[in-house]
Write a protein that binds this ligand. Structure first.
Ligand code: NAP
Length: 305
């Protein structure tokens, strides 16, 4: 099968190549999925699971990509609840070959049915950003209607989902990002926008929940924006600074079939809009992941036309 492979962590996306790889096998409780569309998260080439297996052993050349939408082609031994020919979408395992390929083997519990009226391209754009937003807000962030939520990177993959889910659930949403992202963040539903390029963060008062996707200096400053009793949720690594009188949680997104169902239903009925900036073929994907200019929104690879 055709796949994008990486062999050298230091090379980043510039080290991606299109290659021939053997088709993976569906082992116990797996499904083999014929990939129709897949997503790649910026930063994924720095995650240890891209390079090593669960024992920490080198597994290069590895195939990146964790978001998939496609059709089940084989059931592994013991797999129940899905059938051959079924449309699915979901999250590929962190420490196995991923979705920038014509086929991927994943644990069946990591995928959910993809309704027939949702395009594969849309399905592939939802798992990481949708589940991360859902879990950060509702599972780890203990969000409640009426709270104020500050969403860093509100025009990005995760941030745009957080913005929409929080607003739908009754939040007052403050989006942040580069000055050029103001309108995009407002279009996704932010009530107001804080321009990080011009240090407007200093003007923000205490909020109930900060959702940080950036980390670094922005992450450190975010702890001070959480009101007493509030929450800092981060996906950018362990927070270096904690809220003085509040909680902080960092987490890694998990697959969840029921939550995928909630997310895709919102897409179908128009409550949630996905954030796709660019759709490319597998042949053109390496060039697309090494853009010369700034790309807004997610790049989705349409593996089968
Ligand atoms: N822990 C987890 O489970 C988990 C899950 C998903 C993602 N992640 C990580 O979370 C991060 C965000 O993922 P994503 O898919 O949402 O990425 P993304 O689509 O690139 O979105 C990030 C947004 O934040 C903006 N941004 C970043 N740094 C900024 C800064 N200093 N000032 C202003 N704006 C800034 C980006 O703008 P520019 O691109 O223009 O800078 C972009 O709009 C990535 O590092 C990813 O690896 C972690």
């Amino acid at each position: 099968m055709k796949a994008i492979v990486v062999t050298d962590e230091a090379a980043g996306t510039a080290g991606m190549t299109l290659a021939e790889r053997p088709e993976p096998e569906a082992t116990g409780n797996d499904v083999l999925v014929e990939v129709h569309a897949s997503g790649f998260t910026r930063g994924e080439l720095t995650w240890p699971g891209t390079w090593t297996d669960r024992r920490g052993q080198d597994r290069t050349p590895s195939i990146p990509g964790h978001e998939l939408a496609g059709v089940v082609s084989v059931l592994g031994y013991g797999t129940r609840g899905l059938s051959v020919g079924q449309r699915v979408f979901g999250l590929a395992d962190w420490t196995r070959d991923g979705t920038l390929a014509e086929y991927v083997a994943v644990e069946a519990r990591n995928v959910a049915p993809l309704p027939g009226d949702v395009d594969f391209t849309v399905g592939a754009s939802l798992p990481i950003s949708g589940l991360t937003a859902w879990q950060g807000l509702f599972v780890h962030g203990r969000f409640q209607a009426g709270q104020s939520v500050l969403v860093h990177g509100a025009a990005g993959g995760v941030g745009s989902m957080v913005t929409q889910l929080a607003k739908e659930s009754g939040a007052y949403v403050i989006g942040t990002g580069h000055v050029a992202d103001r309108q995009t963040a407002l279009d996704f539903g932010a009530h107001e926008f804080v321009d990080l390029d011009n240090d407007a963060l200093k003007d923000v008062g205490g909020v109930d929940l900060v959702f940080d996707v950036i980390g670094g200096d922005i992450g450190k400053r975010s702890a001070g924006l959480v009101r007493a009793g509030g929450m800092l949720v981060t996906i950018a690594g362990p927070p270096e600074t904690l809220p003085v009188d509040g909680l902080a949680v960092d987490f890694v997104v998990e697959a969840d079939r029921a939550q995928l169902g909630e997310i895709v239903q919102r897409v179908r009925d128009g409550r949630l809009r996905t954030n796709i900036g660019n759709v490319v073929s597998l042949d053109d994907a390496v060039a697309a992941f090494n853009p010369t200019g700034r790309v807004k929104g997610k790049t989705i690879v349409r593996v089968r036309p």
